[in-house]
Write a protein that binds this ligand. Structure first.
Ligand code: HEM
Length: 431
């Protein structure tokens, strides 16, 4: 049986109320707008940015916590019970984690923008608590995932990484008040590595093994390259923690190669001829990951690349991860909405009835334009080019938000209509 079929078999029984994943996805779409707006504000500081409060740090965490963590939480809560074939025991912790993390990210990034340490501390504590609740709930779910061991193993490793990155992040926030760290720069670099490659990288690799075969309708993926990728990724994280940076880069490169091989395998065995816009984003994101790793190697080999650390960080965060998550969100939102909503016939609504192509096309075009312009602006230290790029990103984010709100409104309308039909039938029976 294909992974897609096994994923979908009986999935409807294990769907959470739509309001749970959708609150995370809508929040992600709004934080996405805020992240590009904040980057536009901080355009002048970006090329030589070397840490510290201000709009660049705020934009970074609006993207990483606001978009990445929110999407990861919403998708994990919804997809894991389906993959593991075990419904969540109760839904209140998932709702609770949203009400801790979403306001927490707002407060943290407000504090980062304005240099307000108390805001940062309260925001970081709330966000950390939301992530902890998410990790606990996901751990309970993963513990039941006997039949999908390679995916569960990626999940366990990503959860471990959440604890490390949140611990390091909180320490960095408290250091803004106390200045007690001897090597703040080194700790910030480790936080970045565990957040980008540990938490997000492992989730991207794990979820891709479920989502991509499902989207392209292909057979199950072989587990061995998945295990090999995980082993190399974890070895890379361990090497980075020990300061062995070339070994870490080799580990990241090996994990990326295994991931790319699996994705090509799925796409080659696809039963779909046209994979659509989201796949242009998925592929684009993967190529940007390879470019970021290659730029890192060239830079470390002492080739002079102006503002290389910022360029590499930007390519990883906005070029790879943001592109990947936007692709997943635009596929998963109409897909989940179609499973939750029935049309007048009582059958699930078609995905094509729920999506909106024009805003997605605008988003894809402006998103890639933003990546190219900002990367060029960083290398050239040209604020105007960065501003143009951030404006392009902002236009794309607004278009994406229009798409996301449109899906949510259509879902609400369809759910209301089916409630009305059910109520009408009950009244008829009574009559
Ligand atoms: C509880 C959650 C988090 C908190 C409290 C937090 C806090 C911080 C702080 C205080 C800094 C240091 C800035 C400086 O040195 O001036 C930082 C840097 C950074 N964070 Fe986070 N962060 C969190 C989560 C994340 C996540 C989820 C990601 C990515 C997925 C991320 C990516 C980064 C990156 C790329 C940097 C820049 C590191 C560098 O300067 O080399 N953070 N974070």
């Amino acid at each position: 049986m294909s992974m897609a079929t096994s994923f979908l078999g009986g999935a409807k029984d294990r769907l959470l109320p739509a309001s749970i994943p959708f609150r995370f996805f809508l929040a992600a779409a709004l934080f996405h707008v805020a992240a590009w707006a904040e980057l536009l504000l901080g355009a002048g500081e970006l090329p030589g940015w070397a840490g510290g409060p201000g709009p660049v740090l705020a934009a970074l965490h609006l993207a990483t916590l606001g978009v990445f963590a929110m999407t990861a939480m919403g998708a994990s809560y919804q997809l894991l019970p389906v993959v593991t074939r075990a419904a969540l025991a109760s839904t209140w912790p998932a709702r609770g984690s949203f009400w801790l993390a979403a306001p927490g990210v707002l407060l943290l990034t407000w504090g980062m923008e304005a240099g307000l340490v108390a805001h940062m501390q309260i925001g970081a504590a709330m966000t950390g608590a939301g992530l902890l609740l998410f990790a606990g709930l996901t751990a309970v779910n993963l513990a039941r995932a006997g039949s999908v061991a390679v995916i569960a193993a990626h999940g366990w490793a990503a959860l471990g990484a959440v604890l490390v990155l949140a611990g390091l992040g909180l320490t960095l926030v408290w250091d803004f008040a106390g200045g007690f760290l001897a090597d703040r720069e080194g700790l910030a670099r480790l936080h970045m590595v565990w957040a980008v490659f540990g938490f997000m990288g492992l989730l991207v690799a794990g979820f891709s093994m479920v989502l991509v075969p499902m989207f392209v309708l292909s057979r199950s993926l072989p587990a061995r390259p998945g295990w090999a990728g995980l082993a190399m990724g974890l070895a890379g994280l361990a090497a980075a923690s020990a300061g062995l940076w070339w070994v870490a880069l080799a580990g990241a490169g090996g994990a990326a190669a295994a991931h790319l091989w699996l994705m090509r395998h799925a796409e080659r065995n696809s039963m779909r001829r046209r994979l659509g816009l989201s796949f242009a984003l998925l592929r684009g994101g993967r190529y940007i990951l390879l470019i970021a790793l290659a730029v890192t190697a060239v830079f470390w080999a002492t080739a002079p690349i102006p503002n290389a650390p910022t360029l590499i960080g930007f390519l990883l965060v906005a070029g790879w991860l943001l592109t990947f998550l936007m692709a997943v969100l635009q596929r998963i939102m109409p897909f989940l909405a179609s499973m939750h909503a029935s049309g007048a016939s009582g059958l699930p609504l078609l995905i094509s009835e729920l999506t909106a192509e024009t805003p997605l096309r605008i988003h894809a075009f402006t998103h890639f334009a933003a990546i190219v312009l900002i990367a060029a602006g960083i290398v050239l230290s040209d604020t105007l080019v960065i501003r143009l790029g951030a404006t392009s990103g902002l236009v794309g984010a607004l278009a994406f938000a229009a798409f996301a709100v449109n899906v949510a409104l259509k879902l609400r309308k369809a759910q209301k209509a089916s409630r009305d039909i059910r109520r009408g039938k009950r009244v008829e029976r009574r009559g």
